[in-house]
Design a protein around this ligand. Sequence first.
Ligand code: FMN
Length: 163
Amino acid sequence: MKRLLIVWHSMTGGARQMASAAADAALAQGEVDVRLLPAIEAAGDDVLAADAYLFVTPENLASMSGVMKDFFDRVYYAALDRINGRPYAILICAGSDGANAVRQIQRIATGLRLREVAEPLIVLTGAQTPEAILAPKTIAPKELERCAEIGAALAAGLAAGVF
Ligand SMILES: Cc1cc2nc3c(=O)[nH]c(=O)nc-3n(C[C@H](O)[C@H](O)[C@H](O)COP(=O)(O)O)c2cc1C
């Protein structure tokens, strides 16, 4: 069975809900093994053992979160030239932007010679004040549905061998 690895980090819960929605939908396809791993726990072996990837992170300070960056720093050279051509997609949870987090992950993925197989999805929470930014997030069902569609598409494409 092919394996989809979903690596996520979240501070206030938004990206966690997005990753879970994608994982549930991927699992529901019933044709791929889905590993949902917090970035802090994900290691080089997890990356090598997967056939496709979904990276899910908040944008913090115009960047992917530090914990997500730490994941890439730890696995990059373990994975370099060993996962060429494998498919991936990106989900970003952001207050009002998210574009730079996408760009950063795309650059790293280009270095790893991964292949992006879905448009990056940025979910905006609209949080602007410090209180709102630090508050726990609830992602709207229609946004979670978009995350689910990407998870399902990754799983279906992997199972069908179209990537
Ligand atoms: C320290 C910090 C920096 C942030 N910087 C940005 C930013 O540069 N751009 C943006 O759109 N949102 C920014 N945000 C808002 C978060 O992306 C938003 O709250 C999102 O919901 C966080 O995802 P999470 O709930 O998974 O932690 C920032 C939040 C924090 C705590």
